[in-house]
Design a binder for this molecule. Structure first.
Ligand code: ATP
Ligand code: MG
Ligand code: MG
Ligand code: MG
Length: 482
């Protein structure tokens, strides 16, 4: 089954259960000061759960373009290194606004996965919220009973904690237990050796979470206590690319037809072969195949790369991909822009906004590439001079690394990579000091560049959105996600 068919079957299934199919909201969150990008299917329906406004129907389903690169959900550092977290991905979802509840939601999810998509029942695990006494939230016995009725075998039901199995919008407001569905895609041999049950939520690349069913059941009051909501809601989200991996029998999202066309093109343009392993060129191809989607869809939704806020995040994602291409695939000329027509064509049936904007998108990306490749070139020349001046000294001062970044926009981890290749090292302590000083200076600024990535003034906290997790400069990653 192709990915287009899988998406269509999902929507057809919920249409047959009287759901109204609605379009995806744009990637860039509109009119929501608490959110920079849409990062889940429910974001565009938030008001309905809060009792403001009326939903278009009591039952709704869609595929939502999501971006998880900032705030509470930031998967950027995993991209390229694992095979199932993307920056931009599609979240398939169905909703009940005060209509059906746990029984229908869980039974339909099982029916869709095992009868329509024919996923093997003995490879599916489900999780149920086990309760949290300290927090006053009870065990979700109701969902447990429903699952017991559906799957029979209790060993397939896992009790989960608050982190994985309880959802809340904020400190106060709607909240409730969730029930997740995980699938074990390992070989029969591996399964015989170790039960998939032990690998659920353990970051195993072949035992992955595919679907989350959230049941909004309580209202958290200001004093911390819970009251039952008068109208109960269902909010579900399923990772489309992961679902395709499961149905198409692949070991990685990148091996599905969602990504294989783009990867094929990158192979052609670079003259290298994708081996699906952890080689630098493999990581680079995954990063590029992932990031081109995030950037293209964001620009297609009206967000151009810039030096501020959301536009800056997009610029940084694009630059991260360019740098991988430059460092590990030998690209010195614009290449990302050449992938756009393929994406536009691939998603024409579901996201025509990209198809309509494709020339504009490719042009914007191309201009960014030209500018950043020039930056890389200038930085390299300057770095060569610096290294020459070092003489017999084997350590590049941290201030110099910082200045290269600050003045020339030359990424610190790239400096580290080059230094290492030349048998040199970087004075990390002084780099750190320079970075801290810069941090102080730009504290009042809402967003600022620190090496490869960006610091965002989020709703409630400042966070460093991450250096590259490459082997090159992991040492300087002092500010991790919070
Ligand atoms: P994970 O634990 O794998 O990070 P999650 O619990 O953060 O996922 P949810 O917020 O429950 O994810 O989102 C619903 C579904 O969206 C998940 O079950 C998963 O299939 C999918 N999903 C979440 N994050 C990503 C991502 N970065 N890339 C691709 N799919 C994702
Ligand atoms: Mg996550
Ligand atoms: Mg999870
Ligand atoms: Mg989840």
């Amino acid at each position: 089954m192709t990915s287009s068919e899988i998406r269509r079957q999902f929507l057809d299934f919920f249409r047959s259960k009287q759901h109204l199919i609605v379009p995806s909201a744009p990637l860039v969150a509109k009119n929501d000061p608490t959110l920079m990008f849409n990062n889940s299917g429910m974001a565009q329906f938030k008001d309905f759960f809060l009792g403001n406004g009326t939903p278009p129907a009591k039952r709704v389903a869609d595929t939502q373009k999501c971006l998880r690169v900032s705030g509470k959900h930031n998967d950027l550092e995993d991209v390229g290194f694992d095979t199932y977290h993307h920056t931009m991905f599609e979240m398939l979802g169905n909703w009940s606004f005060g209509d059906y509840f746990k029984k229908e939601a869980l039974e339909w999810s099982w029916e869709l996965l095992t009868e329509v998509f024919k996923l093997p029942k003995d490879r599916i695990y489900v999780s149920v919220f086990k309760g949290d006494e300290a927090d006053g939230v009870p065990f979700d016995q109701e969902s447990w009973n429903i699952w017991k009725g559906i799957v029979g075998d209790e060993s397939r039901i896992i009790l989960g904690n608050k982190k994985d199995n309880f959802w809340e919008m904020g400190a106060t407001g709607p909240c409730g237990p969730c029930s997740e569905i995980h699938i074990d895609l390992r070989s029969a041999e591996e399964v015989a050796k170790q039960s998939g049950r032990d690998l659920v939520n353990a970051d195993h690349p072949q035992v992955v979470e595919i679907w989350n069913n959230v049941f909004m059941q309580f209202n958290r009051k200001a004093d911390g206590s819970l009251e039952e909501l008068p109208a109960r809601h269902v909010d579900t989200g399923m990772g489309f690319e992961r679902l395709c991996m499961a149905i198409q029998g692949k070991q990685s999202n990148y091996d599905t037809d969602v990504f294989s066309g783009t990867i094929g093109l990158i192979e052609e343009l670079s003259g290298r072969t994708y081996t699906g392993q952890m080689e630098k060129s493999d990581v680079a191809m995954r990063v590029i195949a992932d990031h081109i989607r995030a950037v293209s869809f964001a620009i297609g939704d009206g967000l151009v790369p810039s030096n501020a806020k959301a536009g800056y995040v997009i610029r940084r994602i694009l630059r991260r991909a360019i740098r991988y291409g430059y460092s590990y695939l030998g690209f010195t000329e614009p290449f990302m822009c050449k992938l756009v027509p393929h994406l536009a064509n691939q998603f024409a049936d579901v996201f025509p906004e990209l198809t309509a904007q494709q020339e504009f998108v490719a042009t914007v990306i191309r201009e960014e590439e030209i500018a950043f490749l020039r930056t890389l070139g200038t930085g390299l020349t300057r770095l060569d001079q610096i290294i020459e001046q070092l003489g017999t000294d084997k350590t590049i001062p941290g201030e110099t690394v910082f200045e290269l970044n600050d003045t020339f926009g030359f990424p610190a981890d790239l400096t580290a990579l080059i230094a290492r290749e030349k048998g040199l090292q970087i004075d990390e302590a002084s780099f750190e000091t320079a970075l801290q000083a810069q941090k102080q200076r730009s504290r009042k600024d809402a967003s600022y560049s620190a090496g490869d990535w960006i610091e965002l003034q989020d709703v409630d906290k400042v966070e460093f959105v991450g250096y590259d997790n490459t082997e090159t400069y992991a040492q300087v990653v002092k500010y991790r996600r919070v």
